[in-house]
Design a protein around this ligand. Structure first.
Ligand code: ADP
Ligand code: ADP
Length: 232
């Protein structure tokens, strides 16, 4: 079934001479349990598309769905609830709270939602992401790769319908990046997690099941089971 869908989505920023058309009629379906990478030159609309799908920004025209929820019909409080209950985020800058331990960071979205973790699921996520002996450490005591794996665990622990990852390997060396990408790919394969990742990096994109190429606000190409050479 479909985890997320965009139907003739347009996004216009600003007005008059300052107007920028960031998305020009995007049509895309993201299947449940699929790992999709979005690539394209700087300014092609990758962040805008991801932000609109994730309910972080509004569209000018068109329809967006996450599961059965029509995102473009939600009120601000509906959007907050969508982001809290249905969506996980991974950012380039990790975005961990420095005063909290790894474990407290991972559990924060659940605590904010007033939910208790499913212990079996929590243990599985911690084990899969390889953080068993790092849980009591603060972010500054962890390497970049470990911090990003904490962020991955935080995104996954609430079992979101979709995880959106914005340049998740942008601040990592290639070895740490590979650890994070392997974890993302394994969570798709083993848990059926749906993931959408924006990246500039062909190696990162080659971990995805599908790559969508944007240029000037439009989808211009698409690859299934991409190799690094194809994505370059
Ligand atoms: P990326 O690294 O994905 O290309 P950018 O550096 O283009 O991202 O943009 C970073 C942030 O700034 C994004 O959240 C984007 O929405 C915002 N942004 C980009 N261009 C503009 C602009 N011309 N005016 C205001 N905000 C912008
Ligand atoms: P990408 O992520 O591919 O670099 P963006 O989605 O950040 O592209 O930007 C697409 C276009 O929209 C760019 O021309 C950018 O400058 C513009 N843009 C993005 N965010 C804003 C904003 N908040 N205000 C005005 N223009 C923006």
């Amino acid at each position: 079934s479909v985890a997320a869908r965009a139907s003739d989505v347009w996004k216009v920023y600003g007005q008059g001479e300052a107007q920028v058309i960031a998305l020009r009629g995007i049509n895309v379906e993201l299947a449940q349990g699929q790992f999709t990478a979005i690539m394209g030159p700087s300014g092609s609309g990758k962040s805008t598309l991801m932000h609109c799908l994730a309910g972080l920004d509004t569209v000018t025209r068109g329809d967006l769905f996450v599961g059965d929820t029509q995102v473009n019909k939600l009120s601000d409080s509906g959007l907050t609830k969508l982001r809290r209950d249905k969506i996980g985020f991974i950012f380039q800058q990790f975005n961990l709270l420095p005063t909290l331990t790894a474990e407290e960071n991972i559990l924060l979205p659940l605590s904010i939602a007033g939910r208790k973790p499913d212990q079996v699921w929590y243990d599985t996520v911690i084990k899969t992401v390889g953080l068993e002996d790092r849980l009591k450490h603060k972010p500054t005591e962890l390497s970049g790769g470990q911090q990003q794996r904490v962020a991955c665990a935080r995104a996954l622990v609430s079992r979101p319908d979709v995880i959106f990852a914005d340049e998740p390997t942008g601040n990592l060396d290639s070895r740490s990046g590979a650890e994070v990408l392997n974890f993302l790919r394994n969570s798709v394969r083993d848990f059926g997690q749906t993931i959408v990742m924006v990246t500039h990096d062909p190696t990162a994109a080659s971990y995805a099941d599908r790559v969508i190429f944007l240029a000037d606000g439009q989808i211009v190409d698409e690859l299934l089971e991409p190799t690094v050479d194809q994505v370059h």
